[in-house]
Design a protein around this ligand. Structure first.
Ligand SMILES: *[C@@H]1O[C@H](CO)[C@@H](O)[C@H](O)[C@H]1NC(C)=O
Ligand SMILES: *[C@@H]1O[C@H](CO)[C@@H](O)[C@H](O)[C@H]1NC(C)=O
Ligand SMILES: *[C@@H]1O[C@H](CO)[C@@H](O)[C@H](O)[C@H]1NC(C)=O
Ligand SMILES: *[C@@H]1O[C@H](CO)[C@@H](O)[C@H](O)[C@H]1NC(C)=O
Ligand SMILES: *[C@@H]1O[C@H](CO)[C@@H](O)[C@H](O)[C@H]1NC(C)=O
Ligand SMILES: *[C@@H]1O[C@H](CO)[C@@H](O)[C@H](O)[C@H]1NC(C)=O
Ligand SMILES: *[C@@H]1O[C@H](CO)[C@@H](O)[C@H](O)[C@H]1NC(C)=O
Ligand SMILES: *[C@@H]1O[C@H](CO)[C@@H](O)[C@H](O)[C@H]1NC(C)=O
Ligand SMILES: *[C@@H]1O[C@H](CO)[C@@H](O)[C@H](O)[C@H]1NC(C)=O
Ligand SMILES: *[C@@H]1O[C@H](CO)[C@@H](O)[C@H](O)[C@H]1NC(C)=O
Length: 810
């Protein structure tokens, strides 16, 4: 079998060579010509032969068009690849070719002429400067040039894979993405990119979770000595080894000053390194981003701990009390040996195992300052799905902080880590676990990756029959042509289930991507509806790792997956104690779902109508929701208008602390642009809508201020702005005006404050309230509902006004 296919290849190569002479000159490919995978000489070599470009074998019968360092010359599969055109979709080892079309397109075709990759320059240019040739420069840049040879119409430097070469710009549009492994060149999980706030970061973007891990996510940008103020978002390593980035990251490689071969590479282990090599020598590391390799995310799976030792390298072990989910695959992490504490019938006594110098990054329920160990233990013990907590000394405050963990991910141990982890385990077995904390069943990580044989079977499965035919006709060239025809035909038939290149998706920080099946199961087939809001229905569900969740199923799907993910990521990055937390999302076919934390006390609307809120709670809710909205408006990099502020969208947690929900939904649902003046632009809810919506005026953050003002009035008076007005169609604006002007009139009558307040205040408060604070709320509310948007305060001014009066409290 092996021999016969080899013979076949040999014969075919000869035929091929004789019928199609090599079209490549040394460094350039002229328009109308192509490079063929069948001809080993079809390689572009840069002027001083530092770089070569050609078809490079990445597996059995699988090739990628690549650029590699070729001085000193490299052999076989030992070359240092710096770029690939089709890293995620290799082509066949026969008949595949890279062609520079007459129309200016550079295309890579697979054996059956399917286009696998293209520059699409023809449609982009449509200009007077036609493409003339493809040229490999001594910098390692592959460029399409016009006849004058001075304008790069397209360049590989603008489409990097995992390597940045000297003088190549890393820009906002050109992130680097690691490969899967040393010998597997397809896109991996680590990405070096400029984030929305202009900072250069490393992101682990795994199949299930994703999170940023460099610079240290526990530090704000200036602590990491980065600036967010320079939005040019460009970084470059110069030829002497000087790296500068617009976010102020600067370094010199350890061999700075020498002109030598260099490259900056996002390695498949998640670290970024600069490699240099002396003449004919080996590559050596001259800089690396992360010195403690266990702080890189996504190394070990859930509930496991990464540890590093110089002689054994990185390893993953299960956390005490946990066992490997799958003995052969560390990425699947570990599962508890003990019964879940969240079981109603469980009466297991809770104990805590102390792991000094350990940490699990992220997934904190919340955090509390100045907490005693006893209080922190109690907090975690009381939360059934708390898996343990981090307990750290806060040097600024001189006290300890407590971080209850809902999931145990990105775990590592390191002597330099100052914090401790307390794992929640059954008390009965605690002493048993304690013994082998350190050496608990380690697996080497990552495990040896077996080479995967790509499913490119056209030669293998047809070799025998074709060989027979070949032998019959081998004496004549005419016969061989028939073979070629036959082969091409059989190829079309068998290669039809080509791999579908999997999209590379940017998911949000600390986010989980759920499958539709998971959410369907979690919500028991969407059986328990807990709310209906703009864009979809909300269901209650239970997820193994999060406990109770609220799942919102969006019913409008106006945008593609990539766009949806971008929006979800923006929303998911917002992080404020008065904004609802988004745990994750699901995108599958037409399904778009969002998973939020579940709020024990439901919405403000429910609580107002069921008379649950005393005066103190109402004031706290007013302040909290104002803070949440202020954060949305002013502290976010991207302005997020809520556009639908109302009591149904203010949720209350177990302590009646408010969290604003449904923000950013207009972005996710991608309703028509805010400037459009059509009927469809009217958003929000009757009774809470600012007049701008009705009168087609520009929509600013002041629409949220207006709605918030109405909510305040509702909290004070207990009257809904739509009460008794259900039938006045078309009077959207009047409804809210009615409530506002009623209050305004009462206030204006000139009677003593005590009197008018008694007349407007919610009778359900049964006289128990602070008159002065009511006056503050009403004053602020009436400013918020001014018809002229410029007369309304901003949300942070609202917060300031409310807090000022709160602190005046005796
Ligand atoms: C290659 O080198 C030759 C001679 O040094 C020079 O004339 C030519 O312009 C160079 N070509 C490129 C593409 O740099
Ligand atoms: C490729 O590199 C490996 C290790 O660096 C070496 O053992 C092997 O001999 C090399 N193969 C060739 C063909 O140079
Ligand atoms: C890199 O950026 C600089 C300045 O923005 C520009 O002058 C230079 O041509 C760019 N280099 C490449 C290879 O695109
Ligand atoms: C490195 O490059 C930056 C920007 O080009 C320059 O300001 C700085 O002086 C360089 N550092 C050294 C040591 O050459
Ligand atoms: C922003 O960064 C670029 C590139 O590093 C630099 O040229 C520019 O001067 C910086 N701008 C400011 C305002 O610092
Ligand atoms: C463990 O993982 C491997 C590789 O992903 C898989 O082939 C195997 O079926 C898994 N075993 C179990 C018991 O799930
Ligand atoms: C709860 O306990 C019952 C009986 O012990 C068991 O069947 C069930 O799987 C447990 N549920 C969870 C979530 O652990
Ligand atoms: C921490 O709490 C204790 C008791 O509540 C208090 O005495 C102490 O001042 C607090 N320390 C800080 C730094 O807030
Ligand atoms: C944990 O404790 C229970 C009850 O004491 C015991 O039956 C079980 O064997 C223990 N498991 C381990 C792993 O020690
Ligand atoms: C590379 O890794 C990906 C993802 O694990 C896998 O699908 C692919 O088959 C691998 N390719 C090779 C050539 O091993």
């Amino acid at each position: 079998m092996r021999n016969s296919s080899f013979l076949l290849m040999l014969v075919l190569s000869i035929i091929h060579l004789s019928s199609q002479p090599s079209s490549a000159t040394r460094a350039t490919l002229r328009i109308g010509n192509s490079l063929s995978v069948d001809n080993p000489d079809d390689v572009l070599i840069s002027n001083s032969s530092v770089f070569s470009a050609g078809f490079y074998p990445v597996g059995r019968n699988a090739y990628c068009f690549a650029i590699w360092y070729s001085n000193p010359p490299c052999v076989g599969q030992n070359c240092t690849i710096v770029w690939m055109a089709n890293r995620n979709e290799p082509v066949n080892g026969r008949f595949s070719k890279l062609s520079l079309k007459k129309n200016g397109d550079l295309i890579l075709t697979d054996a059956r002429d399917a286009i696998v990759w293209a520059t699409y320059t023809a449609s982009l240019l449509r200009s007077k400067t036609p493409v003339h040739q493809l040229q490999l420069e001594d910098s390692g840049n592959l460029v399409l040039l016009d006849r004058e040879g001075n304008v790069p119409l397209w360049q590989s430097f603008d489409y990097p894979t995992n390597v940045l070469l000297p003088e190549q710009n890393l820009t906002r549009n050109t992130p680097l993405v690691s490969s899967q492994g040393n010998r597997n060149f397809s896109s991996g999980y680590y990405k070096l990119y400029f984030d929305n706030d202009n900072v250069l970061r490393l992101l682990f973007n795994g199949p299930f979770i994703s999170s940023v891990y460099w610079p240290d996510p526990g530090q704000v940008s200036w602590e990491a000595r980065r600036t967010t103020y320079n939005d040019s978002r460009v970084a470059v390593l110069d030829s002497l080894g000087n790296f500068t980035s617009s976010d102020d990251l600067k370094f010199l490689t350890s061999d700075f000053g020498k002109k030598t071969q260099r490259m900056l590479k996002v390695d498949h282990d998640g670290n970024v390194r600069v490699y240099s090599r002396k003449k004919k020598g080996k590559w050596f590391v001259t800089w690396q981003a992360i010195s403690e390799s266990c702080t890189i995310h996504g190394i070990c799976g859930p509930n496991s701990i990464c540890s590093y030792s110089p002689n054994k390298g990185r390893r993953c072990s299960c956390a005490p009390g946990y066992v490997w989910n799958n003995d052969t695959d560390w990425t699947q992490g570990c599962v508890p040996k003990f019964k879940s504490f969240c079981n109603e019938s469980s009466d297991t006594k809770v104990g805590f195992l102390h792991l000094p110098h350990h940490d699990f990054y992220g997934y904190d329920k919340d955090y509390s300052e100045n907490t005693t160990l006893v209080a922190c233990k109690k907090k975690c013990a009381d939360l059934c799905n708390c898996k343990g907590f981090a307990y750290r000394f806060n040097q600024d405050k001189g006290s300890f902080d407590c971080f209850p963990k809902m999931r145990l991910l990105n775990g590592y141990s390191s002597v330099s880590s100052s914090g401790s982890i307390y794992l929640k385990l059954p008390q009965a077995n605690l002493s048993h676990y304690q013994i082998r904390t350190k050496e608990f069943n380690p697996l080497p990580c990552p495990p040896k990756v077996q080479e995967v044989v790509l499913q490119r079977t056209y030669l293998k499965s047809h070799a025998n029959s074709t060989l027979r035919i070949l032998l019959i006709f081998a004496s004549g060239l005419a016969g061989a042509e028939i073979v070629v025809v036959f082969l091409t035909w059989s190829l079309i038939r068998t290669d039809s289930n080509r791999r579908h290149a999997k999209g590379y998706h940017l998911a949000a920080n600390r986010f989980t991507r759920f499958t539709y099946a998971e959410l369907k199961k979690a919500t028991r087939n969407f059986s328990k509806e807990i709310g209906r809001g703009s864009g979809g229905i909300v269901y209650k569900g239970v997820l193994p790792d999060h406990g109770e969740v609220a799942v919102k199923r969006l019913n409008e799907v106006n945008q593609g997956e990539e766009e949806f993910l971008t929006e979800v990521r923006t929303i998911g990055n917002l992080n404020h104690m008065n904004l609802i937390v988004m745990w994750g999302y699901c995108v599958e076919g037409k399904h778009r779902l969002l998973v939020y934390e579940f709020m024990d006390h439901g919405s403000l609307a429910e609580n107002l109508s069921s008379d649950q809120l005393d005066w103190t709670k109402r004031y706290e809710i007013a302040v909290g929701s104002a803070k949440g909205l202020a954060y949305l408006h002013e502290e976010c990099l991207e302005w997020v208008l809520h556009c639908d502020v109302k009591p149904h969208n203010i949720l209350l947690d177990s302590n009646y602390q408010p969290k604003v929900a449904d923000f950013g939904l207009s972005k996710i649902l991608k309703r028509e642009g805010l400037k459009n003046s059509s009927f469809s632009r009217i958003r929000g809810t009757r009774g809470y809508m600012a007049p701008e919506w009705v009168y087609n005026m520009p929509i600013t953050s002041k629409v949220d201020v207006y709605s918030y003002g109405i909510v305040l009035l509702e909290m004070v008076t207990g009257r809904s702005p739509t009460e008794g007005l259900a039938n006045t169609e078309g009077g959207d604006e009047n409804e809210s005006k009615l409530l506002a002007s009623w209050v305004r009139e009462k206030k204006r009558t000139g009677v003593p404050m005590e009197t008018w307040i008694k007349e407007i205040v919610d009778p359900r408060l049964t006289g128990e309230f602070d008159v002065r604070k009511i006056e503050v709320l009403v004053t602020v509310a009436l400013q918020c509902v001014e018809g002229d948007r410029n007369a309304r305060p901003t949300m942070s001014q609202v917060v300031e006004m409310l807090l000022r009066h709160e602190s005046e409290d005796p």
